[in-house]
Design a protein around this ligand. Structure first.
Ligand code: PLP
Length: 376
């Protein structure tokens, strides 16, 4: 099998799974219990939070464990909006966010919030001047993703943080899901107030995510019940998942520089191959783009037909992002960067990892030659 879909999800690392199993077997006490078993679990939780904070320059933040990045972003966005509704109802995001953010803004818009959806250029980047111009006295939230999950564009997160630092009443939320473990993430230094992450994108477990919140920032909880997770996410905490998430984060960040350089080389190799075919249009920009993602459109070939043709050789990649790949509609992201209906519909996405080998790319190339001949 050749897996080129690491943006959709990643396989769990052995060490991460082992730490999940070990914690599940040995430390199964409820961290809210006041007896010894509970205290041991609570200590594990505190240790996991501490490790995670150290890894992304977040000493002055709280970590709220959630069941996914989707849940974390919902908590961040609705939590800020409902907490501050009397102060203002203007919120800002981009046209190219992941559905977990984009559709949450859409829902809030339908409930009376005024949303500015920032346009992007042909590379998928917002213009920071547009953002500056859209700020108002009643703006309460700006949410911008770090790395676009469909085309890989890197947003000017630090620059935006710098601008928003002059507006302390505006909360700055960043979806760091596709950046974590791949690009530098330093929450305090980047002046980010809230950050969302997901374990299954960093060789961790599915059903596990987290929201980092700058201390002192008030949010309205979205799940009501007990007082777990600083009163922000009721429900008994899944300690083994939290411990495993901290481990996954540590392991991926440990090798970040080495992996980046390695994947950059694979990216160049794959781009070169793809650019030999007039049927393939590469959409991911060269500048300001994560080397882990290469998005393309197909001319005169349906993306489903293409993906299934490779499946026969056990080569797997996406038609578009996993969250929207079952819908045969033009991609909202490719539309936003100005592509026509055909190119926006016939989208494919390759995503790379430190686990990808150069030989796999060569095997892909050989299969590509055959597939193109076959589909002619
Ligand atoms: N944000 C981005 C940028 C993503 O790529 C994804 C997953 O595809 C998510 C959020 C949602 O993550 P989860 O599956 O943990 O809800």
């Amino acid at each position: 099998m050749i897996y080129l879909d690491y943006t959709s999800t990643t396989p769990v690392r052995d060490e991460v799974l082992e730490s999940f199993i070990k914690t599940t077997k040995n430390f199964w006490g409820n961290p809210s219990s006041i007896h010894k078993l509970g205290l041991i679990s609570e200590n594990l939780l505190t240790m996991a939070r501490g490790q995670m904070k150290d890894l992304i320059d977040a000493k002055n933040y709280e970590v709220i464990f959630t069941g996914s990045a989707t849940e974390a972003s919902n908590l961040a966005i609705k939590g800020i909006c409902f907490q501050n509704a009397t102060r203002g109802k203007h919120i800002i995001t981009t046209l190219v966010e992941h559905p977990s953010v984009f559709n949450t803004f859409k829902q809030l818009e339908s409930e009376g919030y005024e949303v500015t959806f920032l346009q992007v250029d042909k590379d998928g980047r917002i213009n920071v001047e547009d953002l500056e111009k859209s700020l108002r006295d009643d703006t309460i939230l700006v949410s911008i993703m770090y790395v676009n999950n469909e085309i890989g564009t890197i947003m000017p997160i630090e620059e935006i943080g710098e601008i928003l630092s002059k507006f302390p009443k505006i909360a700055y939320h960043v979806d760091i899901v596709q950046a974590l473990g791949r690009l530098p993430v330093r929450l305090a230094d980047m002046q980010i107030d809230l950050a969302t992450l997901s374990a299954h994108k960093i060789y961790g477990l599915k059903g596990s995510g987290a929201l980092f919140i700058k201390k002192g920032l008030m949010l309205k909880p979205q799940q009501i019940g007990g007082s777990q997770e600083f009163n922000l996410r009721a429900g008994t905490v899944d300690v083994p998942s939290c411990v495993a998430l901290a481990k996954a984060m540590r392991l991926i960040i440990e090798d970040i520089d080495e992996n980046y350089k390695y994947v950059k080389r694979l990216n160049i190799q794959l781009r070169k191959i793809l650019s030999n075919y007039q049927q393939i249009v590469i959409n991911s920009p060269i500048e300001n783009c994560s080397p882990f993602i290469i998005n393309c459109s197909l001319r005169g070939i349906k993306s489903e037909t293409f993906v299934h043709a490779f499946e026969k050789s056990k080569i797997y990649f996406s038609t578009k992002s996993a969250c929207s790949s079952k819908k045969n509609e033009p991609s909202r992201i490719l539309r936003a960067i100005g592509l026509d209906e055909e190119l926006s519909t016939n989208e494919i996405r390759f995503s790379l990892s430190h686990l990808t080998t150069s030989q796999e790319i060569i095997t892909f190339e050989n299969t590509l030659q055959e597939v193109i001949k076959e589909l002619k």
